[in-house]
Design a protein around this ligand. Structure first.
Ligand code: BDP
Length: 715
């Protein structure tokens, strides 16, 4: 037996050891030899050296070298059609004389063109800044690696938002809140002495998709991160990230003046408190001259904040903003607030608190609005604040880590979730004809002319070799960056781009994988929370179904608060007779949501309490429709498994096996969700399952008895 195992191991080693470890470490920057990538670049001509241009050149050499088997040589002048020129007119005089059209590229954008240079048709990547050139280099590599024609290249690209940040919910002890990909990348204990090479690869990956900021620390902040020793550590990270254009931000614990400064108060209007923050911020900039600023969670879930002193969110944000402004720093003030005392519908609280403050924030403050007024659910309608704050720059906060979407083992591509949220029409009257009042156009400033714009993604990155906890979760990091750059990009195009970069260009892989990704989020919504249900996950960790939970400290932590199932029906009445959250939307949108017949069915139970025998659009009664959807979610996962199995010949064994194993887990858990949902909600509906639908595998008590004290990512 032992020798048989040994022989098969040797055989596997001899015949299938790839020359590269296929553990996912390379992300979408996987530069494997590719004879079909027709680039003829033999020499690289670059502008005067700078750390950022050096990074661009290094990436081009590494990427093109990986594809072709040999790196292009560096040259000082154009020598023929094999030359690729990269730089800015300032760093490379020959670019200054070319008709590049760089005015279209802005500060961070770039052009990629084939132009005649000194009489030779030459590929040119040009930008107004070194960082733009680096972004252009990554774009060029993407074109080559996805087999795009390079003959008549004329690419212009510029980001539509300014602040494109990852929010790391990383604690100083390296535990990542809602992290499913290992520990925090930031090894605080060994910083600043040891700079793990992963920090550079992290920055490369961010730059490759245009991410230009990283909030290093958890929103549930620890004032220690603002002490000199930790500022040194953060400065060391900033030093690694700087060439890649990734600015460092920190979370500010509002009570830090008390905890670190020994003051009696953290009242934002108290002169001593203001002076403390001013001095602290000056100190931060002595450590990190290009520090980006603060992300703040205040007066939410027990965090300290200005309301502790009867001040407003604007008072708190403006105090920090004033001290950051001379350094060009910003404040990202979160609108995810809900307080113990407020008895109203939790979905209404952010609007109630922030709408009256519109126009009251300093120029360098953005209000960061979570996608989902409740909390990153598998599906929520767009946040009403996006239709209500013309005078305050709003940032989007998406969650890339899948706290409510099955953690790392469920394959759920979030591109479609981002797209749905960004495409939503806020109902605001656009200032000019032809402009749509979508969330995307609110965020990018088109609608209200915001002075700063941005998008944040709660990172899904950790020490796992594959960075994100699973191969497919890398796509969500990737998609976040691409949507932050262009909120109107198509989720399908992004899925295809990522698939080609990650698994190669073979159509037999690309087509089915993209289809799988595109249907994956809807499948998860189906088996977890179809038709507008929300927040039915397990207590604390949010792993698995627990719609029965009714015993938590606050009403709005309990799933029963959200689904409101009873003998008559199910759903949360947010209309005039209920919480009236609907009134927070613009009138046209509110009218649509107020009428169950006009409400998009995917939000039916979000806005309405509906009888079990309500006729849905399929013609089925509500109960039957729920059962059909719960079941359909499981079926789609089974199909995904079958599809993935059929791809075995085309995907390296290592990544194939991991994805296959995760899909098997997902299928089991999707079934668990379906069965637990049916077992529980049937106690209210008291209706039979539609013909042909199997009953749950276990009685309700079984599902209720399951406990997961060590589920990852806890707060
Ligand atoms: C919830 C998370 C919690 C976060 C909170 C937040 O469960 O861990 O601290 O959001 O965004 O989704 O502040």
């Amino acid at each position: 037996m032992i020798s048989r195992i040994l022989i098969s191991c040797l055989l596997i080693a001899a015949f299938s050891t790839p020359s590269f470890a296929e553990d996912g470490y390379d992300l979408w920057l996987r530069y494997r030899p590719d004879a079909a990538a027709t680039t003829t670049v033999s020499t690289l001509v670059a502008g005067t050296a700078s750390p950022t241009l050096d990074a661009a050149v290094a990436e081009l050499r590494r990427g093109l070298g990986g594809l072709a088997g040999h790196e292009p040589a560096l040259a000082t002048s154009v020598s023929g059609p094999g030359s690729l020129v990269v730089g800015t007119p300032r760093s490379l005089p020959l670019l200054a004389s070319l008709p590049l059209g760089l005015e279209r590229a802005g500060a961070e954008g770039y052009v990629i063109r084939r132009l005649s240079v000194q009489g030779q048709p030459t590929l040119v990547i040009a930008a107004n800044s070194d960082l733009g050139a680096l972004y252009g280099a990554f774009h060029f590599l993407r074109l080559v690696r996805t087999h795009q024609p390079l003959d008549a290249l004329d690419v212009v690209s510029a980001p539509r938002t300014k602040i494109r940040v990852l929010d790391h919910w990383d604690n100083l002890d390296r535990h990542v809140e809602r992290g499913y990909a290992g520990e925090s990348l930031w090894d605080w204990h060994k910083l600043p002495g040891w700079l793990d090479p992963r920090y550079t690869d992290y920055a490369r990956a961010c730059a490759s998709i245009g991410i230009n900021g990283a909030v290093l620390t958890n929103v549930n902040a620890n004032a220690t991160s603002l002490t000199p020793a930790y500022l040194d550590k953060a400065a060391a990270l900033a030093g690694v990230f700087r060439p890649y254009g990734v600015r460092v931000y920190l979370t500010a614990r509002f009570s830090a003046p008390i905890e670190l400064g020994g003051l009696k108060t953290a009242d934002p209007l108290d002169p001593a408190v203001r002076a403390w923050w001013r001095a602290k911020i000056d100190e931060i900039y002595r450590h990190i001259p290009d520090f980006g600023g603060f992300l703040v969670k205040a007066n939410s879930e027990g965090q300290p904040g200005p309301q502790d002193y009867k001040r407003t969110h604007a008072d708190g944000a403006n105090m920090l903003a004033e001290a950051l402004a001379p350094h060009d720093g910003i404040v990202m003030w979160r609108a995810f607030v809900y307080s113990n005392e407020t008895p109203t519908d939790r979905a209404k609280q952010a609007y109630d608190e922030f709408k009256p403050l519109d126009g009251k924030f300093a120029d360098n403050v953005l209000v960061q609005v979570k996608n989902g007024a409740i909390d990153f659910q598998p599906r929520e309608p767009f946040h009403p604040l996006f239709g209500a704050m013309p005078k305050t720059p709003l940032m989007m906060e998406f969650q890339i880590t899948k706290e409510y979407l099955g953690f790392a083992t469920h394959l759920v591509y979030l591109g479609t979730l981002f797209e749905e949220a960004l495409e939503a029409d806020t109902g605001v009257k656009p200032p000019k004809k032809g402009l749509r009042a979508t969330v995307a156009n609110v965020l990018d400033g088109d609608l209200h002319g915001y002075r700063i714009t941005g998008m944040a993604g709660v990172a899904n990155i950790g020490t796992d070799r594959n960075w994100s906890g699973s191969q497919f979760d890398q796509a969500n990091w990737y998609a976040f960056g691409r949507f932050a750059w262009n909120p109107e990009i198509s989720a399908r195009d992004v899925a295809e781009e990522w698939t080609r970069l990650t698994f190669g260009n073979e159509p037999k892989v690309v087509v089915p994988v993209v289809d799988m990704m595109m249907g994956s989020r809807e499948a998860a919504v189906d088996y977890m929370t179809p038709l507008g249900l929300a927040h039915l996950m397990g207590t604390g960790h949010h792993y698995g179904p627990a719609p029965w939970v009714d015993n938590l400290g606050r009403a709005d932590w309990n799933p029963i608060y959200y689904h409101r199932a009873d003998a008559n029906g199910i759903g949360f009445d947010r209309g005039a007779k209920g919480s009236n959250a609907i009134a927070q939307y613009q009138p046209g949108v509110a009218a649509m949501f107020a009428d169950p017949k006009k409400t998009p069915e995917q939000f039916l139970l979000w806005f309405h309490h509906v009888p079990w025998d309500y006729k849905t659009r399929s013609g089925r009664i509500l109960w039957d429709e729920l059962v059909v959807r719960w079941t359909r979610g499981v079926e789609v996962v089974s199909q995904m498994r079958a599809t993935w199995d059929s791809l075995r010949p085309y995907v390296d064994a290592e990544r194939h096996a991991q994805v296959a194993a995760f899909l098997a887990i997902q299928q089991q858990e999707a079934q668990w969700w379906r069965d637990a949902n049916i077992a529980y909600f049937q106690t209210f509906s008291k209706r039979p399952l539609p013909a042909g639908y199997a009953p749950p595998a276990h009685p309700l008590e079984y599902y209720e008895s399951l406990k997961f004290p060590y589920a990852p990512g806890r707060s």
